[in-house]
Design a protein around this ligand. Structure first.
Ligand code: PMP
Length: 365
């Protein structure tokens, strides 16, 4: 029997495989594989969900007006230039669909977030990879790959899974050099964690340039990954396109109500920032002291490189850690099979990871 024909560009997609979350047999499991916050959601967001429960027979506000106003107030942005989505994934896909005609090119960087490839292909586009140097995006490599068919460039800043980032001077250089017909998407899913003083380029550029948009998420520092909530900010021109394309109720009532509370709970966000500022250097230093290489990260996770010899590979480490209930993210799909990505966890989880890696590496010396 003839089957319906799936589009060729869809068959070119390798489905996104999330990190594992279970460690079968372990007495206690620490999930450190998805860059979630160890502090959990704001208690005010949880309260808002409880209050919403009896009202869920009603559709949400399709334009998420109160949520956009709350986000706008928290960040000093025009709510009319914010579009919310079911996770920032939703916004990334809308952007690709809005600007890519079949055969057009979309650029992302070598170790960039894998979703970019998927959304470019889903829109019928041709993914173009800009090589990185030392696991860092290269503005020159991106610019060298721009052609007349390039419609969109995705840069995660900071990037997942490397944790590296482009300073403001480099982001400005990229925005200035890109032709005006190319949309620059600065995916700032981990922006809140960045301590560097020059990290302000994304919102500034998205406020002032017609071809720049930045995306943010409630999945990371706000602790609402399970609700699926993200947003984009950019020119009226770009936001108008996203509003035409998005699902009429693409953000749930739960996400709206919890998001409003979460974005206003500055103390909760500050606590998460302080926690990360303490434990990111701790983990980096302790793991380096074991003789393992750690990529310099400004986010809430680190990529750890394991040696290639038998018994010492990332896959060996993954098995060893999983048997102890420590679930990290293997990132072979990113072309980094010798690395594991570790999310900064609770104090307890962080100390247990260091001890377990110490045990894993002890026999090497
Ligand atoms: N961008 C980056 C760089 C990410 O790491 C992630 C989450 N893995 C996302 C976007 C998507 O997050 P969400 O859809 O949960 O907002």
């Amino acid at each position: 029997m003839t089957k319906p024909v799936v589009r060729r560009s869809v068959l070119a997609i390798d489905a996104y495989v999330p990190g594992k979350s279970a460690a079968p047999g372990a007495a206690r499991v620490f999930k450190l594989s998805a860059n979630e916050t160890p502090l959990g959601p704001s208690p005010k967001a949880v309260e808002a969900l409880r209050a919403l429960a009896p009202k869920i027979a009603a559709y949400p506000d399709g334009s998420a007006t109160r949520l956009r106003q709350a986000i706008g107030a928290a960040h000093g942005l025009d709510p009319d230039r914010i579009v919310c989505g079911a996770g920032s994934d939703d916004i990334l896909a809308l952007l690709a669909h809005a600007f890519i005609e079949p055969g057009d090119e979309g650029i992302y960087t070598q170790y960039g977030f894998l979703e970019y490839r998927i959304v470019i292909l889903a829109a019928g586009g041709v993914p173009v990879i800009a090589p990185e140097t030392d696991y860092r995006a290269s503005v020159d490599a991106i610019l060298e790959r721009v052609t007349e068919r390039t419609k969109i460039v995705f840069v995660a800043n900071p990037n997942n899974p490397t944790g590296t980032y482009l300073p403001k001077s480099e982001i400005l250089r990229l925005a200035d050099a890109l032709p005006p017909h190319v949309v620059l998407v600065i995916d700032a899913a981990y922006a809140e964690y960045v301590r560097a003083e020059d990290y302000s380029a994304a919102l500034e550029l998205a406020s002032t340039r017609d071809n720049v948009v930045t995306t943010r998420t409630f999945s990371k520092i706000y602790g609402l990954a399970g609700l699926r909530l993200g947003w984009g900010y950019g020119s009226a021109h770009i936001m108008d396109a996203l509003n035409r394309l998005r699902g009429p109720f693409n953000v749930s009532a739960a996400a709206i109500e919890a998001g409003i509370e979460a974005v206003q709970d500055k103390a909760h966000v500050e606590a998460a920032i302080a926690h990360n500022a303490r434990w990111l250097p701790f983990l980096t230093q302790e793991i380096e002291a074991l003789g393992l290489e750690v990529l310099p990260s400004v986010a809430n996770f680190i990529a750890i490189r394991f040696p290639g010899e038998a018994g010492r590979t990332a896959a060996d480490a993954d098995r060893f850690l999983t048997s102890r209930g420590l679930v990290l993210r293997a990132i072979g799909a990113y072309g980094m099979p010798q690395f594991l990505r570790l999310t900064i966890g609770s104090e307890e989880a962080n100390r247990i990871v260091v001890a377990a890696l110490g045990e894993f590496t002890a026999s090497w010396r």
